[in-house]
Design a protein around this ligand. Structure first.
Ligand code: ATP
Ligand code: SF4
Length: 322
């Protein structure tokens, strides 16, 4: 049984002119110690999906239907107190997009981690500070740096601090939303290595959200390609990179620059993702898809299962075509 099992999840934002369908029928599984990468262009609903899993949503968000089973318990059916006391931080924690810039400049880094521990665990101040130093060591920062202020840390170190905070209550799952965006490539590689090491050391499950497929190819076991609030292709990273089936996945992979192998011309996908307040009829990718025809423009595409853990949402894919 998977650790996390998400089924037909829908979350819309209510706005003056209707509903923004940010998460529109999403299903996936995550096993213990596994890493799932969620990829797609900006505005496809990746962050909204992460926020829906933990139900940390703005007041105009409406969870329409679906389930989010953590082992056998449905997070969508829990009351706020259970979520606060048992789930957030303790079972699932999140490193928010751009969070490293949210460290408070006037408090020492160690104090900020200790504060997070004190907020969620019944421990003494001394114990919280001891754990804060242990956590810094775990993410590769000398514990003596606990007494420094955020401005004394580089961007990569601040991101390590945010990861340490996410680990403060020993969660089973960490969701990292664009954890390496805004870092230079060398620091990006170091943060990815850290996540890999932590996964192995702590048997952590990771959900990594990114617009950068090359990051996913380095670290993830499974991939979900998201477009217009839907997962268009889902499967093992090996299968998806070896044999991408959905035209959107093919487009994203063709746009990854490579420094190894023969030079190839990079192709970008023409157009931009749709307005989710008013998505296109039929397949939401049809205005950008080179294979679109009349049925694509009119009928929503079916979810075609190609194995226990692989599916594609497209009119042109038939069962058994993987
Ligand atoms: P990015 O990588 O840029 O963060 P994303 O794939 O994570 O993009 P989301 O941020 O989840 O996408 O946004 C999905 C859609 O929901 C977008 O159309 C966005 O404008 C819309 N959206 C996000 N928050 C709200 C809100 N509070 N009210 C209305 N619409 C929202
Ligand atoms: Fe392209 Fe049609 Fe498949 Fe959509 S359903 S991805 S438009 S071929």
């Amino acid at each position: 049984m998977p650790l996390l099992s998400v089924e037909s999840l829908r979350m819309y934002y209510q706005v003056g002119r209707g509903f923004v369908k940010a998460v529109d029928g999403v299903s996936f599984n995550l096993g213990k110690g596994e890493t799932l990468g969620i990829a797609g262009e900006s505005g496809c609903g990746k962050s909204s999906l992460a926020l829906t899993l933990l139900r940390i949503l703005p007041s105009n968000a409406r969870i329409i239907d679906g389930s989010v089973l953590l082992e056998e318990r449905d997070i969508l059916k829990m009351n706020e107190e259970t979520l606060r006391k048992e789930i957030r931080w303790k079972r699932i924690s999140i490193v928010f997009q751009g969070a490293m810039n949210a460290l408070n400049p006037v408090f020492r880094v160690g104090d900020q981690i200790a504060e997070a521990i004190l907020l969620h665990e019944d421990v003494t101040k001394e114990e919280a500070h001891r754990r804060a130093r242990e956590l810094l060591k775990l993410v590769g920062i000398p514990p003596s740096r606990a007494d420094n202020y955020p401005h004394e840390f580089s961007g990569g170190m601040k991101q390590r601090v945010m990861i340490a905070m996410a680990l403060a209550c020993n969660p089973d799952i960490v969701i990292a939303d664009e954890p390496t965006t805004a870092l230079d490539v060398i620091v990006q590689a170091q943060i990815l290595k850290l996540l890999k090491d932590l996964r192995a050391k702590l048997n952590l499950s990771l959900i990594l959200i990114t617009h950068d497929l090359s990051i996913i190819s380095e670290i993830c076991d499974k991939v979900a390609i998201m477009y217009a609030g839907k997962i268009m292709e889902y499967g093992s990273a090996y299968d998806i990179f070896k044999n991408p089936l959905h035209p959107y996945t093919q487009g994203l992979i063709a746009a990854i620059p490579s420094i190894r192998g023969p030079k190839k011309k990079l192709r970008s996908i023409p157009g931009t993702p749709p307005d989710l307040l008013n998505p296109p009829s039929g397949c939401p990718f049809h205005p950008r898809c080179p294979y679109a025809d009349e049925i694509c423009r009119q009928e929503p595409p079916p979810l075609v299962r190609l194995g226990r853990d692989r599916y594609v949402v497209c009119h042109k894919i038939e069962e058994g075509s993987a």
